[in-house]
Design a protein around this ligand. Sequence first.
Ligand code: DX5
Ligand code: ZN
Length: 226
Amino acid sequence: MKFPLPEGKAVIAPSVLSADFSDLRSSLAPVNAGSGWIHFDVMDGLFVPNISFGPVLIPAVKKCSPLCVDAHLMIKYPARYIEAFAKAGADLITVHEESENSMEAVDRITATGLPAGISIKPHTPAEKIIPFLDKVSLILVMTVEPGFGGQKFMADMMPKVREIRGLINKTGRKIWLQADGGINENTSEEAVRAGADSLVMGSALFKAGNPADLITNIGLNLKKLQ
Ligand code: DX5
Ligand code: ZN
């Protein structure tokens, strides 16, 4: 399955970090139908203070979801692990601009035949992604400090989302603009208004009483915006 390209409609990407690992199949079942793809948060305890999981979990996620997997590598040395994530079944790999040898890591992703993404932390200015614009299919703007699910959305990241939306539009290339962190029914609208078209949702989705309904409601709200 090929990773989808932007079609002018905002999509939700559930973050598996907040799923129920004791029963991944039931946890993902209600979100599979309405989501764009699954977001896979990798943390190494060096680049961010938390440790999550590695490539070994991707096959299990893909057994529980027919959707593509976008691997968000919040790790210090991403270039060393690109082939492992590609081999494990990642469909797109995103590295942080702030990590070691991020440009080399993006080139390695492309060399595997997969689309690449670049991510920036809240305090990293938008212009840092400019050298990557002609190499990536996704730009991830962190709307929380990377490392944990369940944090508060940083509304002051919206000017940066707007700025990057402008940069993407100037390229004429199909590049996803992903907002990641603290996305819920309200902040999803704010992010889409600013120009995001991919919304990572972890805690708000998996803690919801009815995740499938939440995805439908957000989809209906967002339709009005676009
Ligand atoms: C944070 C991760 C996010 C996070 C999203 O470092 O990159 O993807 O899991 O979770 P919520 O939606 O709970 O902020
Ligand atoms: Zn993420």
